[in-house]
Design a binder for this molecule. Structure first.
Ligand code: THU
Length: 130
């Protein structure tokens, strides 16, 4: 299944009764495996999780830590960019040149990269002794 189809399919499972904004994310890992996630909201609003976070958690739980490609889809007028927290989560597991496609359910797509989404990212190199 393509990343696009996987993201569209998992989006249908999103639990978004508070925002009514369903998001699906699909990840291709370094090994070529596919992982998916959807947003899971909570009545205690800050406890909700984003689709990207769910897909990353599924990948890591399966023993993988390398992102090769990402696809995110929502029903919105424009492709929806990941929130700040998800940009940092993507940067944890993907190189700057990893392709991220942001899409709408109507078929509009915006191609970007993890590096473009989070320029100047804080990473492990910043914690090394000089
Ligand atoms: N959301 C995501 O899952 N991913 C994004 O990239 C943008 C926002 C979710 C969080 C919340 O459940 C809903 O969309 C509205 O913000």
């Amino acid at each position: 299944m393509s990343l696009k189809d996987a993201a569209l399919k998992v989006r249908e499972n999103a639990h978004a009764p508070y925002s009514n904004f369903k998001v699906g994310a699909a990840i291709l890992s370094g090994s070529g495996a596919l992982y998916v996630g959807c947003n899971v909201e909570n009545v205690a609003y800050p406890e909700g999780t984003c689709a990207e976070a769910g897909a990353i958690a599924a990948m890591v739980a399966s023993g993988e830590t390398e992102l090769a490609e990402v696809y995110v889809v929502a029903q919105s007028p424009q492709p929806v960019p990941p929130c700040g927290g998800c940009r940092q989560k993507l940067a944890e597991f993907g190189a700057r040149d990893v392709k991220v496609t942001l899409a709408t359910t109507d078929g509009a797509e915006l191609e970007t990269t993890i590096g473009q989404l989070l320029p100047g990212a804080f990473d492990a190199s910043h914690m090394q002794d000089s």
